[in-house]
Design a protein around this ligand. Sequence first.
Ligand SMILES: Nc1ncnc2c1ncn2[C@@H]1O[C@H](COP(=O)(O)OP(=O)(O)OP(=O)(O)O)[C@@H](O)[C@H]1O
Ligand SMILES: [Mg+2]
Length: 382
Amino acid sequence: MSLFSFKSKSKIGVDIGTASIKIVELTKEGGRFKLGNYSLFELESDDRVAIKQERRSDKIVQLSDGDIVWGIKEALKRARINTKDVVASIPSFLTFATVVKMPFIPEKDVAQTIKFEARKYIPLPLNEVVLDWSILNIATDKKKEPEEKKGDEDESEETKKSKPLSEETGQPTSLEVFLAAVPKDETVRYQSIMKRAGLTLRALELENSALTRAIVGNDLSPVAIINIGGRSTSILIVDKGIERISHNYEVGGFEITKSIAESLKIGLKRAEELKRSFGLRQEENNVISKAMSSLIDRMGFEANRTISGYELKHGTKIGKVILVGGLVNMPNFVAYFKQKMGREVAIGNPMARVSAPPEIEKINAELNSTFAIAIGLAMRNI
Ligand SMILES: Nc1ncnc2c1ncn2[C@@H]1O[C@H](COP(=O)(O)OP(=O)(O)OP(=O)(O)O)[C@@H](O)[C@H]1O
Ligand SMILES: [Mg+2]
Protein backbone atom coordinates (compact mmCIF):
# COMPACT_ATOMS: atom_id res chain seq x y z
CA MET A 1 0.00 0.00 0.00
CA SER A 2 1.55 3.23 -1.01
CA LEU A 3 0.09 6.57 -1.72
CA PHE A 4 2.31 7.28 -4.63
CA SER A 5 5.49 5.64 -5.93
CA PHE A 6 8.10 5.51 -8.67
CA LYS A 7 10.84 3.00 -9.61
CA SER A 8 14.20 2.95 -7.82
CA LYS A 9 16.93 0.59 -6.48
CA SER A 10 18.94 1.49 -3.37
CA LYS A 11 16.82 3.41 -0.91
CA ILE A 12 16.39 4.55 2.63
CA GLY A 13 13.46 3.96 4.94
CA VAL A 14 12.73 6.93 7.18
CA ASP A 15 10.57 6.45 10.27
CA ILE A 16 9.92 9.75 12.02
CA GLY A 17 8.75 9.01 15.53
CA THR A 18 8.02 11.33 18.42
CA ALA A 19 11.01 10.02 20.39
CA SER A 20 13.46 9.22 17.61
CA ILE A 21 14.13 9.27 13.88
CA LYS A 22 15.15 5.94 12.41
CA ILE A 23 16.86 5.71 9.01
CA VAL A 24 17.95 2.49 7.28
CA GLU A 25 19.60 2.16 3.88
CA LEU A 26 18.98 -1.10 1.98
CA THR A 27 20.03 -2.31 -1.44
CA LYS A 28 18.48 -5.25 -3.22
CA GLU A 29 21.05 -7.58 -4.75
CA GLY A 30 20.10 -10.85 -6.41
CA GLY A 31 16.73 -10.84 -4.69
CA ARG A 32 18.28 -10.32 -1.26
CA PHE A 33 18.36 -7.22 0.87
CA LYS A 34 21.73 -5.88 1.89
CA LEU A 35 22.15 -3.48 4.77
CA GLY A 36 23.84 -0.17 4.08
CA ASN A 37 24.21 2.52 6.70
CA TYR A 38 21.65 3.19 9.38
CA SER A 39 21.02 5.86 11.93
CA LEU A 40 19.05 6.27 15.11
CA PHE A 41 18.66 9.86 16.16
CA GLU A 42 17.08 10.18 19.55
CA LEU A 43 15.36 13.35 20.61
CA GLU A 44 16.23 13.84 24.23
CA SER A 45 13.49 14.46 26.73
CA ASP A 46 14.60 17.92 27.65
CA ASP A 47 16.33 19.06 24.47
CA ARG A 48 15.17 22.18 22.74
CA VAL A 49 13.92 19.98 19.92
CA ALA A 50 12.62 17.42 22.32
CA ILE A 51 9.15 16.14 22.84
CA LYS A 52 7.22 19.20 23.85
CA GLN A 53 4.39 19.23 26.25
CA GLU A 54 1.22 21.15 25.84
CA ARG A 55 0.99 23.24 28.94
CA ARG A 56 -2.45 22.28 30.03
CA SER A 57 -3.06 18.74 28.85
CA ASP A 58 0.49 17.48 29.30
CA LYS A 59 0.14 15.63 26.03
CA ILE A 60 2.92 15.11 23.54
CA VAL A 61 2.63 17.37 20.54
CA GLN A 62 4.29 16.87 17.20
CA LEU A 63 7.71 18.28 16.54
CA SER A 64 7.79 21.26 14.22
CA ASP A 65 8.72 20.53 10.62
CA GLY A 66 11.93 22.52 11.07
CA ASP A 67 12.96 20.29 14.00
CA ILE A 68 12.21 17.18 11.94
CA VAL A 69 14.26 18.45 8.98
CA TRP A 70 17.13 19.24 11.32
CA GLY A 71 16.87 15.78 12.95
CA ILE A 72 16.88 13.98 9.59
CA LYS A 73 19.89 15.95 8.38
CA GLU A 74 21.78 15.18 11.58
CA ALA A 75 20.91 11.49 11.33
CA LEU A 76 22.07 11.33 7.69
CA LYS A 77 25.30 13.18 8.47
CA ARG A 78 26.20 11.01 11.46
CA ALA A 79 25.73 7.79 9.51
CA ARG A 80 27.24 9.13 6.25
CA ILE A 81 24.16 8.15 4.29
CA ASN A 82 24.23 9.40 0.71
CA THR A 83 21.23 7.66 -0.81
CA LYS A 84 18.56 10.21 -1.65
CA ASP A 85 15.52 8.05 -2.46
CA VAL A 86 13.22 7.75 0.50
CA VAL A 87 10.26 5.67 1.51
CA ALA A 88 8.73 7.27 4.59
CA SER A 89 6.02 6.16 6.95
CA ILE A 90 3.00 8.14 7.87
CA PRO A 91 1.74 7.59 11.43
CA SER A 92 -1.69 6.09 11.78
CA PHE A 93 -3.10 9.09 13.62
CA LEU A 94 -2.70 11.10 10.41
CA THR A 95 -4.44 8.57 8.18
CA PHE A 96 -7.81 6.98 7.66
CA ALA A 97 -7.78 3.28 6.88
CA THR A 98 -10.64 0.87 6.70
CA VAL A 99 -11.88 -2.26 5.01
CA VAL A 100 -14.91 -1.80 2.79
CA LYS A 101 -17.09 -4.73 1.92
CA MET A 102 -19.23 -4.35 -1.18
CA PRO A 103 -21.13 -6.43 -3.70
CA PHE A 104 -18.86 -7.86 -6.37
CA ILE A 105 -17.98 -5.64 -9.32
CA PRO A 106 -15.24 -6.19 -11.93
CA GLU A 107 -11.83 -4.92 -10.88
CA LYS A 108 -11.78 -2.25 -13.57
CA ASP A 109 -14.86 -0.64 -12.01
CA VAL A 110 -13.55 -0.63 -8.45
CA ALA A 111 -11.64 2.66 -8.83
CA GLN A 112 -14.84 4.53 -9.61
CA THR A 113 -17.05 2.80 -7.05
CA ILE A 114 -14.55 3.08 -4.23
CA LYS A 115 -14.61 6.86 -4.52
CA PHE A 116 -18.31 6.76 -3.90
CA GLU A 117 -17.86 4.37 -0.97
CA ALA A 118 -15.02 6.47 0.43
CA ARG A 119 -17.42 9.36 1.06
CA LYS A 120 -19.14 7.26 3.69
CA TYR A 121 -15.96 6.51 5.60
CA ILE A 122 -13.67 9.47 5.21
CA PRO A 123 -14.54 12.57 7.19
CA LEU A 124 -12.87 14.96 4.74
CA PRO A 125 -13.86 16.15 1.27
CA LEU A 126 -12.39 13.73 -1.27
CA ASN A 127 -10.56 16.49 -3.10
CA GLU A 128 -8.55 17.05 0.10
CA VAL A 129 -7.22 13.49 0.41
CA VAL A 130 -5.00 11.09 -1.51
CA LEU A 131 -6.91 7.83 -1.81
CA ASP A 132 -5.43 4.41 -2.26
CA TRP A 133 -7.06 1.01 -2.30
CA SER A 134 -6.34 -2.65 -2.95
CA ILE A 135 -8.58 -5.70 -3.26
CA LEU A 136 -8.10 -8.05 -0.32
CA ASN A 137 -10.54 -10.78 -1.06
CA ILE A 138 -13.19 -11.83 -3.55
CA ALA A 139 -15.81 -14.04 -1.95
CA THR A 140 -17.61 -16.53 -4.16
CA ASP A 141 -20.87 -18.36 -3.63
CA LYS A 142 -18.92 -21.58 -3.05
CA LYS A 143 -17.13 -20.06 -0.16
CA LYS A 144 -18.32 -19.03 3.26
CA GLU A 145 -18.42 -15.25 3.45
CA PRO A 146 -15.45 -13.77 5.28
CA GLU A 147 -16.55 -12.98 8.79
CA GLU A 148 -14.88 -9.66 9.29
CA LYS A 149 -17.05 -6.69 8.82
CA LYS A 150 -15.94 -3.18 8.46
CA GLY A 151 -16.04 -0.76 11.30
CA ASP A 152 -16.59 -2.70 14.49
CA GLU A 153 -17.00 0.01 17.04
CA ASP A 154 -14.05 -1.08 19.10
CA GLU A 155 -12.02 -2.13 16.09
CA SER A 156 -11.64 1.45 15.07
CA GLU A 157 -9.10 0.82 12.42
CA GLU A 158 -9.29 -2.57 10.78
CA THR A 159 -6.48 -2.45 8.34
CA LYS A 160 -5.49 -4.80 5.58
CA LYS A 161 -3.21 -4.93 2.61
CA SER A 162 -1.84 -7.15 -0.18
CA LYS A 163 -3.95 -9.13 -2.55
CA PRO A 164 -4.61 -12.75 -1.70
CA LEU A 165 -7.55 -13.21 -4.04
CA SER A 166 -9.79 -16.15 -3.44
CA GLU A 167 -8.57 -19.16 -5.37
CA GLU A 168 -11.89 -20.89 -5.22
CA THR A 169 -14.09 -21.17 -8.24
CA GLY A 170 -17.75 -20.14 -8.27
CA GLN A 171 -19.60 -16.92 -8.90
CA PRO A 172 -18.02 -13.94 -7.21
CA THR A 173 -20.45 -12.39 -4.75
CA SER A 174 -18.64 -9.72 -2.79
CA LEU A 175 -15.40 -7.82 -2.48
CA GLU A 176 -13.30 -6.72 0.44
CA VAL A 177 -11.28 -3.65 -0.35
CA PHE A 178 -8.66 -2.00 1.83
CA LEU A 179 -9.11 1.73 1.62
CA ALA A 180 -6.62 4.29 2.86
CA ALA A 181 -6.68 8.05 2.73
CA VAL A 182 -4.12 10.61 3.72
CA PRO A 183 -4.91 14.32 3.79
CA LYS A 184 -3.23 15.95 0.76
CA ASP A 185 -1.75 18.53 3.13
CA GLU A 186 0.17 15.75 4.86
CA THR A 187 1.56 14.26 1.67
CA VAL A 188 2.66 17.73 0.59
CA ARG A 189 4.13 18.31 4.05
CA TYR A 190 6.13 15.07 3.95
CA GLN A 191 7.40 15.86 0.47
CA SER A 192 8.47 19.28 1.63
CA ILE A 193 10.19 17.91 4.78
CA MET A 194 12.18 15.45 2.68
CA LYS A 195 13.06 18.06 0.12
CA ARG A 196 14.29 20.43 2.81
CA ALA A 197 16.41 17.55 4.16
CA GLY A 198 17.92 17.11 0.68
CA LEU A 199 15.99 13.90 -0.06
CA THR A 200 13.42 12.75 -2.58
CA LEU A 201 10.25 11.14 -1.27
CA ARG A 202 9.53 8.17 -3.53
CA ALA A 203 6.70 6.63 -1.56
CA LEU A 204 4.69 7.28 1.54
CA GLU A 205 3.39 4.25 3.35
CA LEU A 206 1.27 3.44 6.37
CA GLU A 207 3.39 2.42 9.38
CA ASN A 208 1.61 -0.88 9.81
CA SER A 209 2.23 -1.96 6.23
CA ALA A 210 5.96 -1.44 6.69
CA LEU A 211 5.89 -3.27 10.01
CA THR A 212 4.08 -6.24 8.49
CA ARG A 213 6.56 -6.47 5.61
CA ALA A 214 9.55 -6.39 7.94
CA ILE A 215 8.28 -8.69 10.67
CA VAL A 216 5.80 -11.09 9.10
CA GLY A 217 7.17 -11.54 5.58
CA ASN A 218 5.51 -14.59 4.02
CA ASP A 219 4.35 -16.14 7.27
CA LEU A 220 0.65 -16.98 6.99
CA SER A 221 -0.01 -17.86 10.63
CA PRO A 222 -1.77 -15.31 12.85
CA VAL A 223 0.70 -12.95 14.50
CA ALA A 224 0.28 -10.03 16.89
CA ILE A 225 2.81 -7.22 16.72
CA ILE A 226 3.02 -4.79 19.61
CA ASN A 227 4.93 -1.60 18.83
CA ILE A 228 5.78 0.44 21.92
CA GLY A 229 7.14 3.83 20.96
CA GLY A 230 7.49 7.16 22.69
CA ARG A 231 4.02 8.51 22.17
CA SER A 232 1.88 5.43 21.83
CA THR A 233 1.55 1.67 21.71
CA SER A 234 0.01 0.00 18.72
CA ILE A 235 -1.33 -3.52 18.58
CA LEU A 236 -1.55 -5.03 15.15
CA ILE A 237 -2.92 -8.43 14.20
CA VAL A 238 -1.77 -9.93 10.92
CA ASP A 239 -3.42 -13.13 9.72
CA LYS A 240 -2.64 -14.92 6.44
CA GLY A 241 -0.29 -12.04 5.70
CA ILE A 242 -3.11 -9.50 5.88
CA GLU A 243 -3.42 -6.73 8.46
CA ARG A 244 -6.61 -7.49 10.31
CA ILE A 245 -6.85 -5.18 13.28
CA SER A 246 -4.85 -2.25 14.46
CA HIS A 247 -5.47 -0.53 17.78
CA ASN A 248 -3.65 2.46 19.06
CA TYR A 249 -3.24 3.00 22.75
CA GLU A 250 -2.03 6.46 23.68
CA VAL A 251 0.55 5.44 26.25
CA GLY A 252 4.21 4.94 25.40
CA GLY A 253 7.70 5.42 26.73
CA PHE A 254 7.28 9.13 27.33
CA GLU A 255 4.35 8.61 29.70
CA ILE A 256 6.45 6.04 31.53
CA THR A 257 9.38 8.43 31.91
CA LYS A 258 6.97 11.05 33.16
CA SER A 259 5.52 8.73 35.78
CA ILE A 260 9.02 7.89 37.04
CA ALA A 261 9.89 11.60 37.18
CA GLU A 262 6.72 12.43 39.10
CA SER A 263 6.96 9.57 41.49
CA LEU A 264 10.64 10.16 42.32
CA LYS A 265 10.37 13.94 42.02
CA ILE A 266 13.25 14.13 39.56
CA GLY A 267 13.72 15.67 36.10
CA LEU A 268 12.74 13.95 32.86
CA LYS A 269 16.33 13.42 31.79
CA ARG A 270 17.28 11.60 34.98
CA ALA A 271 14.04 9.60 34.88
CA GLU A 272 14.89 8.51 31.30
CA GLU A 273 18.35 7.34 32.41
CA LEU A 274 16.91 5.37 35.31
CA LYS A 275 14.25 3.83 33.10
CA ARG A 276 16.98 2.54 30.78
CA SER A 277 19.41 1.36 33.42
CA PHE A 278 17.06 -0.23 35.96
CA GLY A 279 13.95 -0.83 33.92
CA LEU A 280 11.89 -3.68 35.29
CA ARG A 281 14.74 -5.55 36.90
CA GLN A 282 13.43 -7.85 39.57
CA GLU A 283 15.28 -6.43 42.52
CA GLU A 284 14.11 -5.61 45.93
CA ASN A 285 13.15 -1.98 46.17
CA ASN A 286 13.34 -1.26 42.46
CA VAL A 287 11.45 1.99 42.87
CA ILE A 288 11.75 2.65 39.14
CA SER A 289 9.93 -0.54 38.35
CA LYS A 290 7.25 0.28 40.92
CA ALA A 291 6.75 3.76 39.46
CA MET A 292 5.94 2.45 36.01
CA SER A 293 4.59 -1.06 36.40
CA SER A 294 0.94 -0.04 36.45
CA LEU A 295 1.34 1.66 33.04
CA ILE A 296 3.04 -1.39 31.61
CA ASP A 297 0.46 -3.72 33.12
CA ARG A 298 -2.17 -1.64 31.38
CA MET A 299 -0.37 -2.02 28.04
CA GLY A 300 -0.32 -5.78 28.54
CA PHE A 301 -4.00 -5.74 29.44
CA GLU A 302 -4.95 -3.73 26.35
CA ALA A 303 -2.89 -5.97 24.07
CA ASN A 304 -4.39 -9.10 25.58
CA ARG A 305 -7.88 -7.75 25.16
CA THR A 306 -7.35 -7.10 21.45
CA ILE A 307 -5.70 -10.47 20.89
CA SER A 308 -8.24 -12.50 22.87
CA GLY A 309 -11.09 -10.66 21.14
CA TYR A 310 -9.68 -11.59 17.76
CA GLU A 311 -9.12 -15.22 18.78
CA LEU A 312 -12.65 -15.52 20.05
CA LYS A 313 -14.24 -13.91 17.03
CA HIS A 314 -12.27 -15.92 14.50
CA GLY A 315 -11.92 -19.20 16.36
CA THR A 316 -8.17 -19.05 15.99
CA LYS A 317 -5.14 -19.00 18.25
CA ILE A 318 -2.46 -16.37 18.01
CA GLY A 319 0.72 -18.25 18.77
CA LYS A 320 3.17 -15.44 18.22
CA VAL A 321 3.29 -12.11 19.97
CA ILE A 322 6.13 -10.01 18.64
CA LEU A 323 7.42 -6.91 20.37
CA VAL A 324 9.01 -3.97 18.57
CA GLY A 325 9.71 -0.31 19.36
CA GLY A 326 12.23 1.40 21.61
CA LEU A 327 10.66 0.60 24.95
CA VAL A 328 11.00 -3.17 24.59
CA ASN A 329 14.76 -2.70 25.06
CA MET A 330 14.18 -1.89 28.70
CA PRO A 331 15.91 -4.29 31.12
CA ASN A 332 13.68 -7.29 31.88
CA PHE A 333 10.84 -5.92 29.79
CA VAL A 334 10.26 -9.08 27.75
CA ALA A 335 10.15 -11.41 30.75
CA TYR A 336 7.84 -9.04 32.63
CA PHE A 337 5.50 -8.57 29.69
CA LYS A 338 5.39 -12.30 28.98
CA GLN A 339 4.31 -12.96 32.53
CA LYS A 340 1.69 -10.20 32.46
CA MET A 341 0.25 -11.38 29.16
CA GLY A 342 0.42 -15.06 29.96
CA ARG A 343 1.57 -15.64 26.38
CA GLU A 344 4.77 -16.41 24.58
CA VAL A 345 6.33 -13.14 23.50
CA ALA A 346 9.53 -12.44 21.59
CA ILE A 347 11.38 -9.40 20.30
CA GLY A 348 10.92 -8.91 16.56
CA ASN A 349 13.89 -9.38 14.27
CA PRO A 350 13.42 -7.39 11.06
CA MET A 351 17.04 -8.20 10.14
CA ALA A 352 16.16 -11.86 9.58
CA ARG A 353 15.93 -11.37 5.81
CA VAL A 354 18.67 -8.76 5.47
CA SER A 355 22.33 -9.59 5.02
CA ALA A 356 24.85 -7.33 6.70
CA PRO A 357 28.16 -7.04 4.83
CA PRO A 358 31.27 -7.32 7.02
CA GLU A 359 32.29 -3.72 6.38
CA ILE A 360 29.07 -2.50 7.95
CA GLU A 361 28.89 -2.58 11.67
CA LYS A 362 25.96 -4.81 12.56
CA ILE A 363 22.93 -3.16 14.06
CA ASN A 364 23.27 -3.78 17.75
CA ALA A 365 20.90 -6.70 18.40
CA GLU A 366 19.13 -4.61 20.99
CA LEU A 367 18.29 -2.00 18.41
CA ASN A 368 17.00 -4.40 15.78
CA SER A 369 13.39 -4.08 16.72
CA THR A 370 13.53 -0.29 16.98
CA PHE A 371 14.36 -0.21 13.27
CA ALA A 372 11.49 -2.52 12.23
CA ILE A 373 9.40 0.16 10.49
CA ALA A 374 12.41 1.79 8.80
CA ILE A 375 13.59 -1.61 7.51
CA GLY A 376 10.12 -2.48 6.23
CA LEU A 377 9.96 0.87 4.42
CA ALA A 378 13.35 0.37 2.78
CA MET A 379 12.21 -3.12 1.68
CA ARG A 380 9.32 -1.69 -0.26
CA ASN A 381 9.32 -2.24 -3.98
CA ILE A 382 9.15 1.13 -5.60
N1 LIG B 1 17.04 0.77 26.44
C1 LIG B 1 15.86 1.34 26.66
N2 LIG B 1 15.23 1.13 27.83
C2 LIG B 1 14.03 1.71 28.08
N3 LIG B 1 13.36 2.48 27.22
C3 LIG B 1 13.94 2.72 26.04
C4 LIG B 1 15.22 2.16 25.69
N4 LIG B 1 15.51 2.55 24.43
C5 LIG B 1 14.50 3.35 24.03
N5 LIG B 1 13.56 3.43 24.98
C6 LIG B 1 12.31 4.18 24.96
O1 LIG B 1 11.61 3.90 23.78
C7 LIG B 1 10.84 5.04 23.39
C8 LIG B 1 11.13 5.37 21.95
O2 LIG B 1 10.80 4.29 21.14
P1 LIG B 1 10.68 4.49 19.57
O3 LIG B 1 11.96 5.00 19.05
O4 LIG B 1 10.15 3.22 19.00
O5 LIG B 1 9.56 5.64 19.55
P2 LIG B 1 9.02 6.54 18.36
O6 LIG B 1 8.90 5.69 17.16
O7 LIG B 1 9.89 7.73 18.24
O8 LIG B 1 7.64 6.98 18.94
P3 LIG B 1 6.17 6.91 18.33
O9 LIG B 1 6.17 5.85 17.27
O10 LIG B 1 5.29 6.56 19.48
O11 LIG B 1 5.93 8.28 17.80
C9 LIG B 1 11.27 6.19 24.27
O12 LIG B 1 10.27 6.42 25.24
C10 LIG B 1 12.55 5.68 24.93
O13 LIG B 1 12.68 6.18 26.23
MG1 LIG C 1 7.36 4.66 16.22
